[in-house]
Write a protein that binds this ligand. Structure first.
Ligand code: CTP
Ligand code: CA
Length: 229
């Protein structure tokens, strides 16, 4: 729920944010996951709450404190994340920052896999594709959020890959960032992003993930708020 008497440009607006990785079980003790600290998504959820939004943060496993004024729903897997996002609807905007695991193990056992069970050879894991939460929300036939935003963390041809993702998933904006090792963005506190929209591409000033979140929250507020004539 929003802080009582929430004020700011997004007062009365509901925003969904996904953040963190997802964990896809292999067996009761092992999982597949993406590398994600959750810092950017949590920073964005906090920044949106500070401009008055009622924020639902659907978070994969990450060790971060819930930002003030944010309603947090913890999930483990991509399928749980999608289901929690559907439960959060309707929203005015959905911002998908999570690093969702693209695949899950097709058949997980109730028992721990044993190293010696396969005669010493490593087990072959059959994978199946996870649902695409961003594409699902962007392509909802009824109840599509007015603004759907994705993130694209890329290591090469950053803007090309990001533009292609925006078109493929049919989200309104893609926030592109270069996460190649030399940038230190993965897991770090600083970032640099380019916002790609129908209207063009804007490189935001580089800075802390919190500062970049505040700049993004201001843009989201501007997009959702009718401009006075
Ligand atoms: N995303 C999602 N659900 C998925 C995969 C991705 O919601 N199953 C969202 C991410 O939260 C992000 C955007 O889609 O906002 C781009 O994620 P990314 O992993 O870069 O895109 P993919 O389409 O999975 O492409 P690839 O991993 O092959 O680069
Ligand atoms: Ca992916």
């Amino acid at each position: 729920a929003p802080a009582a008497g929430a004020s700011g440009p997004l007062a009365g607006r509901r925003v969904l944010v996904t953040a963190g990785p997802t964990h896809e079980p292999i067996d009761p003790v092992r999982y597949l996951a993406n590398r994600s600290s959750g810092k950017q998504g949590f920073a964005l959820a906090g920044a949106l709450a500070r401009v008055g939004a009622e924020v639902v943060l659907v978070a994969g496993p990450c060790a971060l404190a819930t930002p003030a004024g944010v309603t947090r729903v913890d999930v483990e897997t991509a399928r749980e994340m999608l289901s929690a996002c559907r439960d959060a609807l309707p929203v005015d905007a959905a911002i998908c920052v999570a690093a969702v695991a693209d695949w899950r193990v097709a058949e997980t056992g109730a028992q721990k896999l044993k190293k010696d069970a396969t005669g010493g050879a490593p087990p072959a894991l059959a994978l199946t594709e996870n649902p695409d939460i961003l594409a699902t929300l962007a392509q909802l036939e009824t109840g599509r959020p007015a603004l759907v935003v994705g993130f694209a963390a890329e290591t090469d041809r950053v803007l090309d890959h990001a533009r292609a993702k925006r078109a493929r998933k049919r989200c309104d904006w893609i926030v592109a960032n270069d996460v190649s090792a030399a940038t230190g963005i993965m897991g770090g506190d600083d970032t640099a992003v380019t916002v790609i929209t129908d209207a063009g591409e804007d490189a935001l000033p580089a800075g802390s993930k919190v500062a970049v979140a505040e700049a993004l929250a201001a843009r989201i507020a501007a997009a959702l708020t009718p401009t006075p004539e």
